[in-house]
Design a protein around this ligand. Structure first.
Ligand SMILES: [Zn+2]
Ligand SMILES: [Zn+2]
Length: 212
């Protein structure tokens, strides 16, 4: 079973984390990379409305740490079945990552990028606005610019993207304040996040990422 991580409203506030998956994921990752260092292709799937320059910026930054090819796909409309009928103008992130997951093979990764408002169900709120959502582990995630504020929105989008990709690798939230896998717990900590902490870095390095 896949587990969803979500990053809430400009805050990393994931829920539905499975405590049983972290150790297992680490071990399976280590075993996998003893067999092969080959990683799957990472696809970037922009949805209509996001400037091409924004997607290319994410692609360029990810290229420094993801060792396999990163392919930028042509922009497409958000699927109609992801429309949130309860809140006009919002889209169900859960539906979107399931849609994305079907676009690539299980050994590849895909991240959707959008400027639209995305939501998920959270306790007591069926339309909880979020920044991003990803399977943990899994092959798909999504990041949205909609709730990112400030002059460094591009940098923030990259941080959300890399956080969600970390979840797809099986990484759960991290207690280190400066770590990209930090759970914001209802606050915007993105400007405090400087990189992966040694523990998360070690995990991703074993998964084949080029982390200096
Ligand atoms: Zn998260
Ligand atoms: Zn960490």
């Amino acid at each position: 079973m896949k587990y969803l991580f979500l990053c809430v409203m400009g805050f990393y506030g994931c829920f539905a984390c499975s405590n049983l998956s972290a150790e297992k994921a680490t071990k399976s990752s280590e075993v996998k990379h003893k067999k092969t260092k080959t990683k799957g292709t990472l696809y970037l799937q922009p949805f209509d409305g996001l400037p091409l320059s924004t997607t290319r910026n994410v692609q360029e930054q990810l290229s420094h740490l993801y060792s396999a090819p990163i392919i930028l796909r042509p922009s497409i409309p958000l699927p109609q079945n992801a429309v949130n009928l309860e809140r006009e103008g919002r889209f169900h992130a859960d539906t979107l990552i399931r849609f994305l997951s079907r676009q690539v093979g299980s050994s590849d990764l895909i991240i959707g990028l959008t400027n639209q408002d995305i939501t998920t169900a959270k306790i007591g709120n069926s339309s909880w606005g979020i920044m991003g959502l990803g399977f943990c582990p899994g092959n798909a995630c999504i990041a949205s610019t909609f709730r990112l504020k400030g002059t460094n929105r591009l940098e923030k989008l990259y941080k959300v993207a890399i956080h969600e990709l970390g979840h797809t690798q099986g990484l759960q939230h991290c207690p280190v304040n400066s770590c990209l896998m930090r759970d914001a717990e209802g606050k915007d900590h993105l400007n405090e996040e400087k990189g992966f902490c040694p523990s998360c870095k070690n995990y991703l390095t074993k998964a084949g990422w080029n982390l200096k």
